[in-house]
Ligand binder design. Structure first.
Ligand code: FAD
Ligand code: NA
Length: 389
């Protein structure tokens, strides 16, 4: 054992810390991942029959308004000028999403100006004006009115949560964006694009430093290797980006997550849906959306005989499933507070990333918070001996 720093998890959080520790401080870093590949959930690979890059753990779109993060990620990859847009099928018709003036005018078969559309939605939202919505269904109606809510939000959300929105807490949504213009860019961020040579090339570049050793197929809790929890904690500082409840043997109970099942299919047509993401907003199909990854890279010369699509099915995660989105019930929030206390008391171990903090983090947020942790905790520890809490 001669590492200066052990990092559990090779997702964007772990790799950002590893890269900074090696480049800025010259530390010897060992990164463990229990999976057979690096990159965490951002990992992508070529689908075998088509050669099309697929995001193995769901579509990943990079976007940020954070100047520091944008400068940082551009050290490892360039980005294409891909701009994300989403369409949705409702009652056999295709609409532009998120709800914008095109959606509204198509839906109401109208030619409303921005002001007229706004007045109409306000009037429809007035149905539950002055009431305090006790569930997601009432909240949705209060935000955008019943017609649009029932067409585009109700069943989609019901499928995401596998629960009738009448039985979901109102606080799952605080706002539903409606744009009173024809802008249908999905993200509002200043920078957006996809890594030119794919996610895996980007991720590998981050781990390229000679001082970084990545050990795949290696679980931190498996005691058969030299960097396992029992040997390392207390001897070498650890950055842990796995599930916080697992670290403490679920002592305060399990934190609950949603997962997604991906049904992948290669089709004998060059183009299945003409765009990368189509949502299915009604309850008559079980999947929430179909991804067609070739459209993430229109600049590439993919073959034109075949395409690959993924249908997404959402459900509560059970033990052994990939945890994707925190469910964040009242019980989860209570448990998380206890886990946070345990994590703070765990000497020389820092918890980070989406699993380590039980927070949904976009890639730019995971990278940004890793840069902050490096500046505030890791650099001071190695440069001036301050303790890692
Ligand atoms: P992860 O990527 O989850 O990495 C954690 C790593 O830790 C994993 O590789 C895991 O194998 C490893 N690990 C866990 N336990 C152990 C253990 N005991 N021993 C060894 N290794 C362990 N972000 C965007 O910006 N845009 C998007 O469009 C987007 N889409 C997403 C879609 C889905 C379905 C999901 C789930 C996430 C999406 N994200 C998106 C978020 C993005 O994936 C995260 O920001 C990123 O994964 C966070 O990185 P991380 O390092 O915190 O966690
Ligand atoms: Na700690």
């Amino acid at each position: 054992m001669n590492a200066d720093l052990v990092i559990v998890g090779s997702g964007f959080f772990g790799l950002t810390i590893a890269e900074q520790a090696a480049t800025e401080l010259g530390l010897k870093v060992v990164v463990l991942d229990r999976r057979h590949h690096i990159g965490g959930n951002a990992y992508s690979e070529k689908e075998e029959q088509t050669g099309i890059e697929v995001h193995r753990y769901g579509a990943h779109l990079f976007h940020t308004s954070n100047e520091r993060v944008w400068e940082y990620v551009n050290r490892f990859t360039t980005f294409t000028n891909y701009v994300h847009k989403v369409y949705g099928v409702h009652k056999g018709e295709v609409f532009s999403l998120p709800i914008n003036l095109a959606t509204i005018n198509q839906f109401f078969r109208a030619n409303l100006t921005p002001a007229q559309a706004q007045a109409l939605i306000q009037e429809q939202a007035g149905e539950l004006a002055g009431t305090d919505p006790q569930n997601l269904n009432d909240k949705g109606i209060q935000l955008i009115g019943r017609p649009l809510y029932e067409a585009f939000i109700k069943h989609y959300t019901g499928k995401q949560w596998q629960t009738d929105p009448k039985d979901l807490p109102a606080d799952i949504i605080s706002r539903l964006p409606v744009r009173y213009n024809y802008d249908n860019r999905y993200f509002n961020d200043k920078y957006e694009g996809l890594p030119t040579d794919g996610y895996t090339a980007w991720i590998e570049k981050m781990a390229e430093h000679a001082n970084i050793e990545v050990r795949l197929n290696t679980d931190f809790f498996d005691e058969s290797h030299e960097y396992s929890k029992d040997k390392v904690v207390g001897n070498i500082p650890v950055i842990y980006t796995g599930p916080v409840d697992r670290y403490f043997d679920f002592a305060e109970g399990d934190l609950s997550w949603r997962t997604i099942d991906f049904e992948e299919e290669v089709l004998g047509v060059g183009d299945f849906q003409g765009t990368s993401v189509v949502n299915y907003n009604d309850s008559d199909v079980a999947y929430t959306r179909i991804i067609e990854p070739r459209h993430f890279h229109p600049e590439r010369e993919y073959q034109t005989e075949k395409t690959v699509v993924m249908r997404e099915f959402s459900r509560a995660a059970e033990k052994g499933d990939e945890p994707y989105y925190p469910i964040n019930t009242a019980a989860d929030r209570e448990r998380l507070l206890k886990y946070r206390d345990l994590a703070a008391a765990e000497k020389d171990v820092l918890f980070g990333g989406r699993l380590g903090t039980y927070k949904y983090l976009d890639m730019h947020m995971a990278i940004g918070s890793a840069l902050t942790m490096f500046d505030n905790k890791i650099r001071p520890h190695f440069e001036s001996g301050s303790s890692i809490e």
